[in-house]
Write a protein that binds this ligand. Structure first.
Ligand code: PMP
Length: 415
């Protein structure tokens, strides 16, 4: 066998039972893409980060238009100072689970900040948002229960369902009618949890939460809303789409993350359910993992408290999102939503070749966006996802539009 004989290689793999052989098609596809001379869209390295909206990538100053730093909190001086202080006072890590040695005063303070932000009785901090969803889905619904979820739900919701024993029912993305129909077909026995997201991150569309919550209530279901992409800038207090929709009183659990508007890492669930605290004892993704480092919970708590008074930032983020959406549409790009529904603007492209070419042209121009492709996207779509930051200046939005125009023309994506 020679190393450059791929057919022979995979035959040998199969014969020897190499468990990696199942990835051969993916490895070959990736190699074929890189052989065309493009940069790896999934291998970008930020050599230096200058601000929430600027980084140095391969020696080029690049506008960041593909982060979830919606509120630009990562360089907030109070947030950074809180992290440094906690590092000095409490050290670099807890080395333990929340239920053993891993709950410091900072974790409690972070939960207090969340309770104040959401106006809820209870808050539970997890090590990531992924684990918060994993924990809720796998713990709250048992063998006799049903989880009813949107078909386009985030991977962490699906994975939480896979980890648990509940029966899973999917409804068509954002279809109130299909949710109603599927709830109506369930047997009378067994608990029901309807899982929704405020903003769906692939296309940047929002859920019709008012109608969906009404339908879920009509069928006696509990309701969980993932506000990963809504926290910080939807609703008068920035709580999320569920606040803006006026359904706070009917939502049983809100799941969120610190890795987007809050600007660090971590996850949480907030609730008013009187028995909520029992989850700390039974939720495996909470119990069987180390808690967040003290510096992280200190930055999160400071950021969350500042986000309670971030009306100006919210307004500027909306202005940026609307300007970019209109500007891209006017240039002739095909956008997933008819107007800006969130800070995510997703551009639809016909195939992988053009998507990669456009992505590459943009990075050469000094704009970083996310590329998304199946299976991460719904209905086999190829997307360039732009996500705005409250700290993008008006001039930066102008520059972004100029660069999209040049890149789009260079690769034939627009006329
Ligand atoms: N829920 C949704 C809707 C998300 O988009 C994400 C992350 N992209 C998560 C949960 C997980 O968040 P984290 O990064 O904190 O694991």
């Amino acid at each position: 066998m020679t190393p450059d004989d791929p057919d022979r290689q995979s035959a040998d793999d199969a014969a020897t039972g190499d468990l990696f052989s199942k990835f051969d098609a993916l490895i070959a596809e990736r190699q074929a893409l890189l052989d065309t001379g493009v940069r790896d869209p999934f291998g970008i390295v930020m050599d230096e980060v200058l601000s929430p909206t600027l980084a140095m990538i391969k020696g080029k100053e690049t506008i960041l238009l593909g982060t979830y730093n919606y509120m630009g909190m990562t360089f907030d001086p109070d947030v950074v100072a809180a992290g440094k202080q906690a590092l000095d006072d409490f050290g670099s890590g807890t080395t333990g689970s929340r239920v053993l040695n891993g709950t410091y005063q900072g974790h409690k303070e972070c939960e207090e900040a969340l309770k104040a932000f959401y106006g809820t009785e209870y808050a539970m901090v997890f090590s990531t948002g992924y684990q918060a969803n994993l924990g809720l889905m796998s713990t709250i619904a048992g063998k006799e229960d049903y989880i009813i979820l949107d078909a386009d739900s985030h991977a962490s919701i699906y994975d939480g369902c896979a980890l648990g024993n509940a029966q899973i029912v999917r409804f068509r993305h954002n279809s109130v009618e299909d949710l109603d129909k599927r709830l109506g077909r369930l047997p009378a026995t067994g608990g029901r949890l309807v899982v929704l997201e405020g903003v769906y991150s692939m296309l940047g569309d929002i859920a019709p939460l008012k109608e969906m919550v009404a339908v879920a209530k009509k069928h006696g279901a509990m309701i969980a809303v993932d506000e990963a992409h809504g926290m910080g800038f939807f609703g008068p207090n920035g709580r999320g789409v569920f606040e803006e929709a006026g359904v706070e009183a009917d939502v049983d659990f809100v799941i969120g993350t610190f890795s987007k508007s809050v600007g660090t890492v971590g996850g949480f669930i907030v609730s008013n359910h009187p028995k909520f605290e029992v989850l700390r004892l039974v939720c495996r993704p909470y119990v069987f993992t180390a808690s967040l480092p003290p510096s992280v919970v200190a930055t999160a708590a400071t950021s969350i408290r500042k986000l309670m008074h971030a009306g100006d930032k919210r307004a500027h983020l909306w202005k940026n999102s609307k300007r970019l959406h209109k500007g891209l549409r006017d240039l002739g790009f095909n956008i997933a939503t008819p107007e800006a529904q969130s800070a995510i603007i997703a551009i639809l492209l016909p195939d992988q070749a053009q998507t990669v070419a456009m992505w590459q042209a943009l990075i050469e121009q000094g704009v970083y966006v996310n590329m998304a492709r199946p299976p991460a996207t719904p209905a086999g779509m190829f997307l360039l996802r732009c996500s705005l930051c409250a700290d993008h200046s008006d001039t930066q939005v102008d520059q972004i539009l100029e660069r999209f125009k040049a890149a789009g023309r260079a690769v034939g994506a627009i006329g």
